[in-house]
Design a protein around this ligand. Structure first.
Ligand code: PRP
Length: 183
């Protein structure tokens, strides 16, 4: 029995979807793949706050090349988001990205609207290249098609928490990805 399975799940958590071991193994694989791709190029990893902070920390440590790290924070306009895709920047990058190799680091792609917005915004700043790595992507027929170059796991369309993902500002620090109770 793995460490995760021995754990007592916190209140409100229904079941573990991806164990800590699975996530760490896949993150190491992605780190190796990305290191090969970017060797000699010093990419800028752009984490999308808040959820990506855990994956960013793990992934960047799994990459054995020189790289730079920044974070952006974006916010959506409440209930209108899912249909309008209107997002605003709460925290922008600190440096220019013109001519740089940018790697957007996301914890999850759900409707795809946040990523679509970010790609539009950053592409206009003339980077040399923009790629996307996400730990999770929900299987949704109605999602906006967005390019995800490197993906950890495809998951069912359920409410998940852990590894940076929250439900009402809880559970971000769980080392596994779990489904929360919705009843
Ligand atoms: C999550 C996640 C992505 C976005 C994906 O962030 O980190 O940025 O939602 O959803 P989408 O594909 O439907 O746009 P959230 O807005 O929950 O903020 P948080 O990371 O601060 O919790």
């Amino acid at each position: 029995m793995s460490e995760t399975e021995r754990l007592e799940l916190p209140d409100g958590v229904e079941r573990v979807l991806l164990s800590e071991e699975q996530i760490q193994k896949r993150t190491r694989e992605l780190g190796e793949e990305l290191s090969e791709h970017y060797r000699g190029r010093k990419p800028l990893l752009v984490g999308v706050l808040t959820g990506a902070y855990v994956f960013m920390a793990d992934l960047s440590r799994a990459m054995n090349i020189e790289l730079d790290v920044e974070f952006m924070a974006v916010s959506s306009y409440g209930m209108a988001t899912e249909t309008s895709g209107v997002v605003r920047i709460l925290k922008d990058l600190d440096t220019a990205i013109e001519g740089k190799d940018v790697l957007i680091v996301e914890d999850i792609i759900d409707s795809g609207l946040t990523l679509k917005y970010l790609l539009d915004v950053l592409q206009r700043r003339n980077p040399r290249d923009i790629r996307v790595v996400a730990l999770l992507k929900k299987l949704r027929d109605d999602a906006v098609p967005v390019p995800v170059d490197y993906l950890g796991f495809e998951i069912p369309d359920e409410f998940v928490v852990g590894c940076g993902l929250d439900a009402g500002r809880r559970y971000r620090n769980l080392p596994y990805v779990a489904v929360v109770r919705t009843d």
